[in-house]
Design a binder for this molecule. Structure first.
Ligand code: 8YV
Length: 338
C-alpha cells in the first residue's frame, strides 16, 4: 500500500472507498476517517486482504458489487454508504441479514438528472447532435437541415413518478405538453394522469421517459409489445437504468421503425453500447451522465460522507435505503422514490 492510498483520520475509523468521489474540500474524507482507496490501488486484492479485518464502512461507487461474500470478508462492517440514487450494485438483502446499514444519495441529484432528461429528449426530437454534425461537416453549404419532429402537441409518459420523475414532469408541464405516468402506485394529487399499466401508458403517449429504479421489478419491462404500443411516431428516453429496457427489442424496434427515435443515457451492459445503436441516425447516445456535473457529484460525495459521519457519531444514517437492525430512521423506504 502506498501513502497516497491510505491517510489517517482523527477518529481512526477505517473506510473502504471503491470509486473516486469528488469533494469541494479534497481532504474532507481523510479528516474524518482513515481512508483506503481501493480504486486507486495498483494491487486492489492485496489491499483488500490487508485492510478487511479493520473496515467499518464502505463508501461505495463505480462498478464494484458490494455483495454477501464481500461483506463476509469484512467482519466489522457496519455501513455501506452508496454514491448515487440507484443502489442495485449493493445487495441490500445480504446487508439486512448481516445487520449492515445501506444508504444512498437521493435528493441532491434530482434536478440535475431531470435537466439531462429534458436535454436528451429535446436532442432526440429536434435532432440536435445530428444538426451539430451537419454544420461541422459543411453540409449546410449545400442545403437546409431536414425538418425534424416536434415536441409540441405530444403526450409525455413518465415511468416512475418518484423525485426525479416529478422533476421531469414539472419541466414537461412548463413546455406545454400533457403529462401521464405509470408507476407501482398512483401518486395522489400529482396533477398528472395515472396509467395503471405500462402498456396502457405506451398506447396513450408518444414520448416515454424512464425514471424508475433498475431492480428485479422493472427488469426488461420496456419490451417489444410496449415499444410497438408507443408507435411509429414514438420516442423513448431512458435516464434510469439500461436493465429497464429489453435492449435487443429496442434495437429491433428502431431498426424496423416501430418507433421513431430513442435518447439513451443508460445501457444494459455499460460501458458497452451495441454497434447497431451506434450506427443508427435516429438515436442520441450519452454515457450515463444524468447526475454528472461537478457540482452535483460534489453534493453526492458530501452526502456519502455525511451518512458515514452521522452513523459513526451514532446519529443514525441520514438517507437509509431499507430498514435494518441498526437503522433508526422513521422513513426507511424513501429511496424508492429517488
Ligand atoms: C451516477 C446514477 O452517475 O444516481 C444514480 O443512480 O445513476 C448516477 O447519478 C452513478 O450512480 C455513478 O456511479
Amino acid at each position: 500500500m502506498t501513502t497516497s492510498e491510505q491517510h489517517t483520520g482523527s477518529a481512526g475509523i477505517e473506510i473502504l472507498m471503491t470509486a473516486a468521489m469528488p469533494t469541494r474540500d479534497a481532504a474532507a474524507f481523510d479528516r474524518r476517517f482513515t481512508m483506503h482507496r481501493l480504486w486507486a490501488s495498483q494491487a486492489p486484492e492485496a489491499m483488500l486482504s490487508d485492510v478487511a479485518p479493520r473496515i467499518r464502512g464502505i463508501a461505495a461507487g463505480g462498478p464494484m458489487r458490494i455483495d454477501g461474500p464481500l461483506m463476509d470478508r469484512l467482519p466489522r462492517l457496519e455501513i455501506v454508504a452508496s454514491f448515487g440514487a440507484g443502489y442495485e450494485r449493493v445487495d441490500v438483502e445480504a446487508a439486512a441479514v448481516r445487520g449492515i446499514t445501506v444508504t444512498n444519495t437521493p435528493g441532491v441529484l434530482t434536478e440535475e438528472v431531470a435537466d439531462l432528461a429534458m436535454a436528451v429528449m429535446l436532442s432526440t426530437i429536434r435532432r440536435i447532435p445530428q444538426a451539430d454534425r451537419f454544420v461541422r461537416e459543411g453540409k449546410w453549404l449545400s442545403g437546409r437541415f431536414p425538418l425534424s419532429a416536434s415536441l409540441q402537441g405530444r403526450k409525455i409518459g413518465i415511468v416512475g413518478l418518484g423525485r426525479i420523475g416529478k422533476a421531469i414532469a414539472r419541466r414537461c408541464a412548463a413546455f406545454g405538453v400533457d403529462v401521464h405516468y405509470h408507476g407501482r402506485t398512483e401518486v395522489p394529487d400529482s396533477g398528472y394522469r395515472f396509467c395503471p399499466t405500462l402498456l396502457e401508458l405506451a398506447r396513450t403517449v408518444d414520448v416515454m421517459i424512464l425514471s424508475t429504479p433498475g431492480d428485479a421489478g422493472t427488469h426488461g419491462m420496456v419490451d417489444a409489445p410496449v415499444l410497438a404500443a408507443l408507435g411509429p411516431d414514438g420516442i423513448l428516453v431512458n435516464v434510469s437504468r439500461g436493465s429497464v429496457v429489453d435492449q435487443d427489442a429496442l434495437v429491433a424496434a428502431l431498426r424496423d421503425r416501430k418507433i421513431l427515435a430513442a435518447g439513451l443515457d443508460v445501457f444494459a451492459d455499460e460501458p458497452e453500447v451495441p454497434a447497431e445503436l451506434i450506427a443508427m441516425d435516429n438515436v442520441v447516445l450519452t454515457p450515463h451522465v444524468g447526475s454528472s456535473s461537478l457540482r452535483t457529484w460534489q453534493n453526492m460525495s458530501q452526502l456519502v460522507l455525511d451518512n458515514l459521519t452521522a452513523w459513526f457519531e451514532e446519529r443514525g444514517p441520514l438517507t437509509p435505503v431499507v430498514a435494518t437492525r441498526k437503522t433508526n430512521s422513521s422513513e426507511p423506504d424513501r429511496a424508492r422514490t429517488a
